[in-house]
Ligand binder design. Structure first.
Ligand SMILES: [Zn+2]
Length: 443
């Protein structure tokens, strides 16, 4: 069944832009890029005008930068707008409002892995629904009526669980099971029981929770590969290719990633090629900038990912600095979807310093997860001031016995892969996370 997007959007009385551009069969992942660029330009101008006219926060910033809405005539003018930083939003709940406070229908809050005061992101009812209803990506996310989606993301506080609940239930018209993650009732045992009873065709969760659920399934004698899964979606945390391959093997299905955040919503969606995230161009305009100078970089150059939301008019997000690193590749993808691809290169704040060289934990994990003797739970132990060697603390795979020789052997394999001096500590059990998983711990 196809949804009558145009009717829904028109009924909402929102800016006609979404209704003008996104109507069956013109979905963002199948329409010409030139048409999407037309939407991005028009929407940018509309959001900027609304921000300037209705938000003291944005008006002040734009006045200080000497830029007026009339100066923004297209995407090429976006770089004239000032950035918005996490620091500006921390502890400043109502900063982004370009609407009446009473129109806010939903408040969500950052889960705070980077510390500091909370960031609150608010939505009016209209923006919240416009966001998913107007622009689906059915080629990249082929979930439809008849699918049973088990949503094992956290529903509390932040956006992850609720956002995908809305996408799959309202947008895709699928059946959604709000299993949750880490909540009062969302124990792994209960979730596995629901899977056994309801036989989901799609599962969405985080990489580490996929492993936690797999462990529970193993302990209760339930084979996840017996489920009629056609796809698994992973989000909320990153992981290496080799960790993902372990997840896919255990679950017996393809696992694709979503990239997004509380502040910006959906930004990129992986296809089955697992080679970059197709940009969700109907929802966001993405720039890559030099983290030091703020200068916009060329395609292929690595820099900080900066996001502008195109379907949020009442609490605008303009040029938000994510502190994530990546680059954009405009070359065609073998899957046939024309949306350019974003490649992530970790977070500015997460890099570990070994011998003065900043390294992404996913880079290290990639080598570790290729070693069959190593189990699925591990930590990188570092000195915050910088270390001269990489210390790895890990469980062994089932059936592998710990010996000092094995620790030396694994250390040498990691040294060979990473080119870094390594030390290996074999432990019985790494604590399982309730929240986001922690791979890097301090000495
Ligand atoms: Zn692709």
């Amino acid at each position: 069944m196809k949804i009558n997007l145009k009717k829904i959007i028109n009924d909402m009385g929102k800016p006609g832009l979404a209704g003008k551009y996104f109507t069956v069969p013109d979905f963002p992942d199948s329409m010409p890029l030139s048409r999407l660029a037309g939407f991005q330009k028009e929407s940018l101008m509309e959001v900027v005008k609304r921000a300037y006219d209705h938000s003291p926060f944005y008006r002040g910033k734009m006045d200080r930068a000497g830029v007026r809405p009339a100066d923004i005539k297209g995407l090429e003018d976006m770089s004239r707008l000032p950035f918005v930083t996490k620091a500006e939003l921390r502890g400043n709940p109502w900063a982004l409002l370009a609407c009446d406070k009473g129109d806010i229908s939903l408040v969500q809050v950052s889960t705070g892995t980077t510390g500091g005061e909370e960031i609150y992101i608010m939505n009016t009812w209209e923006d919240y629904y416009l966001y998913e209803m107007s622009a689906g990506y059915p080629t990249l996310v082929p979930v439809e009526r008849g699918d049973i989606v088990l949503n094992a993301l956290p529903y509390e506080m932040s956006s992850a669980g609720l956002a995908f609940h809305k996408t799959f239930m309202d947008g895709c018209r699928a059946t959604v099971i709000p299993a949750g993650k880490g909540g009062a009732y969302s124990t792994p045992a209960k979730t596995i029981k629901m899977m056994r009873d309801l036989q989901p065709t799609v599962v969405i969760t985080t990489p580490s929770w996929a492993m936690t659920l797999a462990e529970e399934a193993g302990e209760s004698g339930f084979d996840l590969k017996s489920l009629p899964l056609k796809k698994m979606w992973l989000t909320g945390e990153g992981c290496s290719h080799s960790f993902r391959e372990r997840v896919e093997k255990i679950w017996g299905t393809t696992a694709n990633f979503y990239y997004g955040s509380l502040e910006c919503g959906g930004v990129g969606i992986e296809c089955d090629a697992h080679n970059g995230y197709h940009l969700a161009m109907a929802h966001t305009a993405v720039e890559i900038v030099d983290p030091n100078t703020g200068k916009v970089m060329e395609p292929g150059e690595i820099g900080e990912i900066v996001v502008t939301c195109l379907l949020r008019y009442d609490t605008p997000i303009l040029r938000y600095r994510t502190q994530d690193l990546g680059y954009i590749d405009p070359d065609p993808c073998p899957c046939g979807v024309a949306l350019p691809r974003l490649f992530l290169r970790g977070r500015l704040v997460d890099h570990v310093l070994i011998r003065g060289v900043p390294l992404s934990p996913f880079y290290l994990e990639e080598f570790l997860m290729r070693l069959p003797e190593v189990g699925n739970w591990f930590q990188f132990v570092v000195d915050p001031a910088g270390s001269d060697r990489l210390k790895i603390r890990a469980e062994l795979a089932a059936g592998v016995s710990p010996t000092p020789e094995l620790a030396d052997y694994l250390a040498s394999k990691m040294e060979f892969g990473t080119g870094l001096p390594c030390e290996f500590e074999i432990v019985d059990r790494i604590p399982r996370p309730q929240g986001k998983t922690v791979r890097v711990v301090h000495q």
